[in-house]
Design a binder for this molecule. Sequence first.
Ligand SMILES: C[S@@+](CC[C@H](N)C(=O)[O-])C[C@H]1O[C@@H](n2cnc3c(N)ncnc32)[C@H](O)[C@@H]1O
Length: 183
Amino acid sequence: MWAPYDEDTYRQAATWIKAGQRVLDIGAGDLRFARRLTAQGCRVIAIDNQWSILMRSLQDGPLPSGLLAVCADARGFPFPSGMDTAVLLMRHCMDFGLYVRKLREVGCLSLITNARWGMGVEYVPLEPATPTLDAASTIGWYACLTCGKIGFQASDPNAIDDSVLDQTLNIEACPVCQGFTSQ
Ligand SMILES: C[S@@+](CC[C@H](N)C(=O)[O-])C[C@H]1O[C@@H](n2cnc3c(N)ncnc32)[C@H](O)[C@@H]1O
Protein backbone atom coordinates (compact mmCIF):
# COMPACT_ATOMS: atom_id res chain seq x y z
CA MET A 1 0.00 0.00 0.00
CA TRP A 2 1.15 3.55 -0.54
CA ALA A 3 0.27 6.86 1.09
CA PRO A 4 2.17 10.14 0.94
CA TYR A 5 3.57 11.92 4.00
CA ASP A 6 2.87 15.50 4.99
CA GLU A 7 4.57 18.45 3.35
CA ASP A 8 6.64 19.19 6.49
CA THR A 9 8.29 15.77 6.18
CA TYR A 10 9.28 16.31 2.55
CA ARG A 11 10.37 19.92 3.20
CA GLN A 12 12.59 18.92 6.11
CA ALA A 13 14.04 15.95 4.24
CA ALA A 14 14.89 18.17 1.26
CA THR A 15 16.89 20.58 3.44
CA TRP A 16 19.51 17.86 4.05
CA ILE A 17 20.11 17.28 0.34
CA LYS A 18 22.16 19.66 -1.77
CA ALA A 19 21.91 20.38 -5.50
CA GLY A 20 24.20 18.12 -7.50
CA GLN A 21 24.04 15.22 -5.05
CA ARG A 22 23.33 11.68 -6.16
CA VAL A 23 20.44 10.24 -4.20
CA LEU A 24 19.02 6.74 -3.84
CA ASP A 25 15.32 6.90 -2.96
CA ILE A 26 14.29 3.54 -1.45
CA GLY A 27 10.55 2.88 -1.62
CA ALA A 28 9.95 5.98 -3.69
CA GLY A 29 6.17 5.59 -4.12
CA ASP A 30 4.73 7.85 -6.80
CA LEU A 31 8.12 9.60 -7.15
CA ARG A 32 6.86 12.87 -5.73
CA PHE A 33 9.97 13.34 -3.55
CA ALA A 34 12.31 12.00 -6.23
CA ARG A 35 10.89 14.53 -8.70
CA ARG A 36 11.28 17.30 -6.15
CA LEU A 37 14.95 16.41 -5.63
CA THR A 38 15.52 16.29 -9.36
CA ALA A 39 14.00 19.76 -9.69
CA GLN A 40 16.40 20.82 -6.94
CA GLY A 41 19.33 19.74 -9.15
CA CYS A 42 19.97 16.22 -7.83
CA ARG A 43 20.39 13.00 -9.77
CA VAL A 44 18.08 10.38 -8.32
CA ILE A 45 17.72 6.63 -8.60
CA ALA A 46 14.29 5.76 -7.25
CA ILE A 47 13.29 2.18 -6.37
CA ASP A 48 9.79 0.94 -5.70
CA ASN A 49 8.45 -2.60 -5.90
CA GLN A 50 4.93 -1.59 -7.00
CA TRP A 51 4.72 -1.24 -10.74
CA SER A 52 1.23 0.27 -10.57
CA ILE A 53 2.40 3.14 -8.35
CA LEU A 54 5.38 3.89 -10.56
CA MET A 55 3.14 3.86 -13.62
CA ARG A 56 0.65 6.16 -11.92
CA SER A 57 3.48 8.63 -11.36
CA LEU A 58 3.70 9.11 -15.12
CA GLN A 59 0.39 10.96 -14.90
CA ASP A 60 2.47 13.75 -13.36
CA GLY A 61 4.45 13.94 -16.60
CA PRO A 62 7.44 12.15 -18.14
CA LEU A 63 10.42 11.43 -15.94
CA PRO A 64 12.92 14.29 -15.90
CA SER A 65 16.38 13.49 -17.24
CA GLY A 66 18.00 13.28 -13.79
CA LEU A 67 15.58 10.64 -12.53
CA LEU A 68 15.90 6.91 -13.06
CA ALA A 69 13.00 4.83 -11.74
CA VAL A 70 13.51 1.13 -11.03
CA CYS A 71 10.75 -1.33 -10.28
CA ALA A 72 12.38 -3.81 -7.91
CA ASP A 73 12.36 -5.15 -4.38
CA ALA A 74 14.94 -2.93 -2.68
CA ARG A 75 15.89 -5.74 -0.29
CA GLY A 76 17.40 -7.79 -3.11
CA PHE A 77 18.23 -5.10 -5.66
CA PRO A 78 21.99 -4.38 -5.72
CA PHE A 79 22.48 -0.81 -4.56
CA PRO A 80 24.57 1.37 -6.91
CA SER A 81 27.83 2.84 -5.70
CA GLY A 82 28.53 6.55 -5.86
CA MET A 83 25.44 7.69 -3.98
CA ASP A 84 25.90 10.74 -1.74
CA THR A 85 22.83 10.04 0.32
CA ALA A 86 19.83 7.76 0.53
CA VAL A 87 16.22 8.42 1.36
CA LEU A 88 14.00 5.88 3.12
CA LEU A 89 10.63 7.48 3.73
CA MET A 90 8.82 4.31 4.75
CA ARG A 91 7.42 4.54 8.25
CA HIS A 92 6.51 0.88 8.60
CA CYS A 93 9.76 -0.47 7.17
CA MET A 94 10.88 -3.75 8.74
CA ASP A 95 14.23 -3.82 6.92
CA PHE A 96 16.01 -0.74 8.26
CA GLY A 97 19.14 -2.66 9.31
CA LEU A 98 19.38 -4.44 5.97
CA TYR A 99 19.25 -1.12 4.09
CA VAL A 100 21.88 0.45 6.36
CA ARG A 101 24.16 -2.51 5.73
CA LYS A 102 23.65 -2.38 1.96
CA LEU A 103 24.24 1.38 1.86
CA ARG A 104 27.45 1.08 3.87
CA GLU A 105 28.67 -1.67 1.55
CA VAL A 106 28.47 0.71 -1.43
CA GLY A 107 29.95 3.65 0.46
CA CYS A 108 26.81 5.72 0.99
CA LEU A 109 27.29 7.44 4.31
CA SER A 110 24.04 9.23 5.06
CA LEU A 111 20.39 8.31 5.21
CA ILE A 112 17.30 10.46 5.55
CA THR A 113 14.48 8.46 7.03
CA ASN A 114 11.35 8.20 9.12
CA ALA A 115 11.72 4.42 9.50
CA ARG A 116 13.22 4.34 13.00
CA TRP A 117 10.96 6.76 14.83
CA GLY A 118 7.87 6.21 12.70
CA MET A 119 7.24 9.96 12.71
CA GLY A 120 8.98 13.12 11.58
CA VAL A 121 12.18 12.57 9.66
CA GLU A 122 15.83 12.31 10.74
CA TYR A 123 19.27 12.63 9.18
CA VAL A 124 21.32 9.54 10.03
CA PRO A 125 25.09 9.57 9.47
CA LEU A 126 26.16 6.07 8.49
CA GLU A 127 29.78 6.36 9.57
CA PRO A 128 30.64 3.94 12.39
CA ALA A 129 28.66 5.04 15.44
CA THR A 130 28.93 4.48 19.18
CA PRO A 131 29.25 0.69 19.52
CA THR A 132 26.68 0.19 22.23
CA LEU A 133 25.12 1.71 25.34
CA ASP A 134 27.24 2.01 28.42
CA ALA A 135 24.65 0.98 30.98
CA ALA A 136 26.53 2.70 33.78
CA SER A 137 26.84 6.14 32.25
CA THR A 138 24.43 6.47 29.33
CA ILE A 139 21.11 8.12 29.85
CA GLY A 140 18.58 9.20 27.24
CA TRP A 141 17.21 8.28 23.85
CA TYR A 142 19.03 5.87 21.58
CA ALA A 143 18.43 4.68 18.01
CA CYS A 144 20.02 1.54 16.64
CA LEU A 145 21.67 1.25 13.21
CA THR A 146 21.60 -2.53 13.23
CA CYS A 147 17.93 -3.17 13.86
CA GLY A 148 16.28 0.27 13.72
CA LYS A 149 14.84 0.04 17.24
CA ILE A 150 14.65 3.15 19.35
CA GLY A 151 14.43 3.36 23.10
CA PHE A 152 15.21 5.29 26.24
CA GLN A 153 17.98 4.22 28.54
CA ALA A 154 16.84 5.07 32.02
CA SER A 155 19.13 5.99 34.86
CA ASP A 156 18.95 8.44 37.73
CA PRO A 157 15.72 10.43 37.07
CA ASN A 158 17.34 13.54 38.56
CA ALA A 159 19.85 13.48 35.72
CA ILE A 160 17.13 13.92 33.08
CA ASP A 161 16.95 17.48 31.83
CA ASP A 162 16.14 19.18 28.52
CA SER A 163 19.62 18.61 27.14
CA VAL A 164 19.29 14.87 27.77
CA LEU A 165 15.86 14.73 26.15
CA ASP A 166 16.97 16.76 23.13
CA GLN A 167 19.65 14.36 21.93
CA THR A 168 19.68 10.83 20.57
CA LEU A 169 22.63 8.49 20.64
CA ASN A 170 23.15 6.67 17.35
CA ILE A 171 24.42 3.19 18.24
CA GLU A 172 25.56 0.02 16.47
CA ALA A 173 24.03 -2.42 18.95
CA CYS A 174 21.04 -1.97 21.25
CA PRO A 175 19.58 -4.01 24.10
CA VAL A 176 17.11 -5.61 21.66
CA CYS A 177 19.46 -6.83 18.89
CA GLN A 178 22.83 -6.69 20.68
CA GLY A 179 24.37 -6.08 17.28
CA PHE A 180 23.00 -9.24 15.68
CA THR A 181 20.66 -9.24 12.72
CA SER A 182 18.60 -12.03 11.24
CA GLN A 183 18.81 -10.54 7.72
C1 LIG B 1 4.54 4.86 2.57
S1 LIG B 1 5.09 4.72 0.92
C2 LIG B 1 6.13 6.17 0.81
C3 LIG B 1 6.53 6.51 -0.58
C4 LIG B 1 7.58 7.61 -0.72
N1 LIG B 1 8.81 7.26 -0.02
C5 LIG B 1 7.06 8.92 -0.24
O1 LIG B 1 7.45 9.35 0.86
O2 LIG B 1 6.26 9.56 -0.91
C6 LIG B 1 6.24 3.36 0.98
C7 LIG B 1 6.64 2.84 -0.39
O3 LIG B 1 7.63 1.85 -0.21
C8 LIG B 1 7.44 0.83 -1.19
N2 LIG B 1 8.11 -0.38 -0.71
C9 LIG B 1 7.82 -1.11 0.39
N3 LIG B 1 8.65 -2.16 0.50
C10 LIG B 1 9.49 -2.10 -0.57
C11 LIG B 1 10.57 -2.90 -1.02
N4 LIG B 1 10.94 -4.01 -0.36
N5 LIG B 1 11.20 -2.55 -2.15
C12 LIG B 1 10.82 -1.44 -2.85
N6 LIG B 1 9.81 -0.64 -2.47
C13 LIG B 1 9.15 -0.96 -1.34
C14 LIG B 1 5.95 0.71 -1.30
O4 LIG B 1 5.58 0.15 -2.56
C15 LIG B 1 5.50 2.17 -1.15
O5 LIG B 1 5.37 2.78 -2.41
